[in-house]
Design a binder for this molecule. Structure first.
Ligand SMILES: *Cc1c(COP(=O)(O)O)cnc(C)c1O
Length: 356
């Protein structure tokens, strides 16, 4: 494996104080990881350098055709001072699945993991320790050929930046209100919905703006063909607990396969709670929400870990869930996953990876 060169900053920035709310994605650390790709050398020159602007030609392909992949995971400081990553192998595997779909060359898994560990270690002092905080890690690849034709780029940059982030909800796990979208769609099978790429997000903006204007925090997408089956929330997968059974949409080719989704499913199965990954229609959601059979509804994703849903809105109908309180299972999943992330609870084999 190529060794990662480290060039430390000579002008370290002031770190945010303990009472800084660390608004998600606004503060960046002193360093970043960069690695280049070209056809002759493959992925080469892995390095950690001071965090700095990129200099790119305006003709770079990423600006015009969106050939881009990103990932998101977190590093945590355990009570005993260890630095822990949560299931980074899942993010690396997914990054390369996205890369294949987007015609971006795959990144060797060993270099990817070493890059994550190295840059986090260099900026370890930036990992916040207040409850609910973490160091968010954003790996991404951009196409850099200066070319305005449509084809896969021949050159790329793989970059990792780091951002100390606060508790997603300062006031604990507040239930969110969710807008079920019936006009726009996010993705269809055969498209890029299961890849983690910027294009899926730009497709979602018009709907998000509309939902925000109506007072809703997030959008819940229906499938793009029938406009009938539940897919996922903006940047979270969705779960329902109906009559004691946990139901989540099956990965059907247009849903992003979340690491938190997989973790929640595995935990429920370990606890003996029945889990169904299947199609679930918006009609079933409305019917069970109104009858009270829907006991809980929550989203899962790296940023919030688990986010309880307190209200669903479809067309003109508003459906309160769990009396706008966090459900018992939602809380248990949150406590367990965050406990494992902080090294307080022993998780399944491989879920915690120490950065040494
Ligand atoms: C990243 C993402 C998720 C959540 O995935 P995690 O791995 O759990 O963070 C869900 N949906 C979309 C569209 C995403 O981009």
């Amino acid at each position: 494996m190529q060794t990662i060169r480290i060039e430390r900053t000579t002008a370290p920035k002031e770190k945010p104080g303990q009472d800084n709310p660390l608004v998600f994605g606004t503060i960046f650390t002193d360093h970043m990881f960069v690695m280049d790709y070209d056809e002759e050398n493959g992925w080469h020159d892995p390095r950690v350098i001071p965090y700095q602007p990129l200099v790119l030609e305006p003709s770079c392909m990423v600006f015009h055709y969106g050939q881009e992949m990103f990932e998101g995971l977190k590093a945590y400081k355990a009570d005993d001072g260890r630095i822990l990553l949560f299931r980074p192998d899942k993010n690396i595997e997914r990054a390369n699945r996205s890369n294949r779909r987007l015609c971006i060359p795959e990144i060797p898994e060993d270099i990817f993991l070493e890059a994550l560990k190295t840059v986090v270690k260099v900026d370890a002092d930036w990992i916040p320790t207040r409850p609910g905080t973490a160091l968010y890690i954003r790996p991404f690849v951009i196409a850099t050929d200066p070319f305005l034709g449509v084809r896969p780029s021949h050159t790329y940059k793989f970059i990792i930046i780091l951002s100390p982030v606060g508790a997603y909800y300062e006031s604990g796990l507040d239930p969110v209100k969710i807008w079920i979208e019936d006009e726009y769609v996010r993705a269809v099978k055969g498209g890029i919905g299961e890849a983690k790429t910027g294009g899926n997000y730009v497709a979602s903006l018009a709907s998000q703006v509309k939902a925000h204007d109506e007072g809703y925090a997030q959008v819940l997408w229906l499938d793009g063909v029938h406009r009938k089956y539940i897919e996922e929330v903006g940047a979270m997968n969705i779960f329902f607990k109906i009559n004691g059974t946990v139901v989540t949409p099956a990965l059907n080719g247009s849903i992003l396969p979340g690491v938190t989704r997989d973790s929640a499913i595995q935990l429920c199965k370990m606890w003996g709670i029945p889990v169904e990954e299947r199609q679930i229609s918006v009609d079933e959601v409305i019917k069970t929400a109104e009858s009270g059979e829907m006991e809980e509804c929550f989203g899962t994703g790296t940023a919030a870990v688990v986010s309880p849903v307190g209200e669903l809105r479809f067309e003109n109908e508003k459906m309160p869930i769990s009396n706008n309180h966090i459900g018992e299972l939602t809380q248990r999943i949150y406590d367990t996953i965050t406990g494992i992330q902080l090294g307080r609870i022993e998780g399944p084999e491989g879920w915690s990876v120490e950065v040494k």
